[in-house]
Write a protein that binds this ligand. Sequence first.
Ligand code: ADP
Ligand code: MG
Length: 283
Amino acid sequence: LDLRAEDLKTLGELGAGNGGTVCRVMHIPTETVMARKIIHIDAKPTVRKQIMRELQFAHDCNSEHIVSFYGAFTTEGDINICMEYMDVGSLDKIYKKNGPIPMDILPQIAYAVVDGLIYLYDNHRIIHRDVKPSNVLINSSGQIKICDFGVSGQLINSIADTFVGTSSYMSPERIQGAPYTVKSDVWSLGITIMELALGRFPFPADGTALSIFELLQHIVHEAVPTLPPGKYPEDLEDFLARCLMKDVDKRATPSELKSHPYLQNAMSHKVDLQGWAASVNSI
Ligand code: ADP
Ligand code: MG
């Protein structure tokens, strides 16, 4: 399938993030609704071509916990990425509208993200690099999928050159300049799951507003956040503790997390994800 801008009709805007805008579009020839992400980057034509080449690898990423890739093309100075549209939306919007994620749903989400990360790394040596609630998407079939993973090294570099790439989900070692590993994704997963359980971003513990610089300092130097004692399942507390080890050597790998009791117990219980997806106020 060869995607072209002329064949896409914009149906509405889904949101904007650091460097991109995402719209819901209709691909007229196939009558497929897609999400179109437009990323403006300042890069030379050769760099753009390399990005386009690298993005094609996303075609090979096929897993039930990964948002499907339909194709990419360039328009003027922009990179366009078309992907599967997830009609219930992202978890940041869902919890902000509906409150904390229910305790029976949360381990299903954690499992999907862990499984998606393992798939990307084991099969494609891809580290996600941007795990956060807005990159975990839900559809009305009750499927949970991750998006916006780092398929193109050149796109990552170009975005970093064009925008300030600081994220409050970044691990302490990343803030201090260490290279990305799968364990950096595990930290971001821990912050994400804690945020979904609390219904607010976990740093700082007392909820005071900090500048992004103060926040990053805080993440590096202060104690790791924990859930309020006695209010959450113990296996969730332990799961988060395994994700939020500042010492990278002590932090769990995605595969270790997959066999953690929090996820194993969740897998032995059937949960009506479709019913939950139908009940949330979305988009
Ligand atoms: P960020 O992830 O930092 O919020 P993005 O530009 O990646 O910024 O996405 C903007 C918003 O668009 C997201 O918050 C999400 O709600 C929505 N979105 C992104 N991709 C999709 C998709 N495939 N299906 C539905 N909504 C999406
Ligand atoms: Mg995103």
